[in-house]
Design a protein around this ligand. Structure first.
Ligand SMILES: [Zn+2]
Length: 96
């Protein structure tokens, strides 16, 4: 049997999987358990993920508290579509 369909996981993805685990712990420690953005259509505590200040393909991307926000999927999508809004929310929520 050929295994040609198995995708190689890139180093970047592996880094993110590792970093994500420590971020989850860090956010838990800080008591951040719901979406930090709360835009219209926010699902609050349902299917949360991390929104990055810079996209993961961007070399400036860091998997740190200051460069991520806890976000539900609809709010995350709003940030993805609007880099000005992303900057605004990071300034507001992370004071950077
Ligand atoms: Zn939300």
């Amino acid at each position: 049997m050929k295994l040609k369909n198995i995708r190689k996981i890139s180093k970047k993805t592996l880094d993110w999987i590792t970093a994500r685990k420590s971020l989850l712990k860090l956010y838990e420690k800080k008591g951040i358990r719901v979406c930090e953005l709360g835009f219209k259509d926010c699902t609050f505590d349902y299917r949360l993920s991390f929104a990055h200040r810079f996209k993961r393909s961007d070399p400036r991307c860091r998997h740190t508290f200051r460069q991520t926000l806890k976000s539900c999927i609809p709010c995350h999508q709003k940030l993805e579509q609007d880099s000005d809004l992303t900057e605004k929310m990071f300034k507001l929520l992370r004071s950077t």
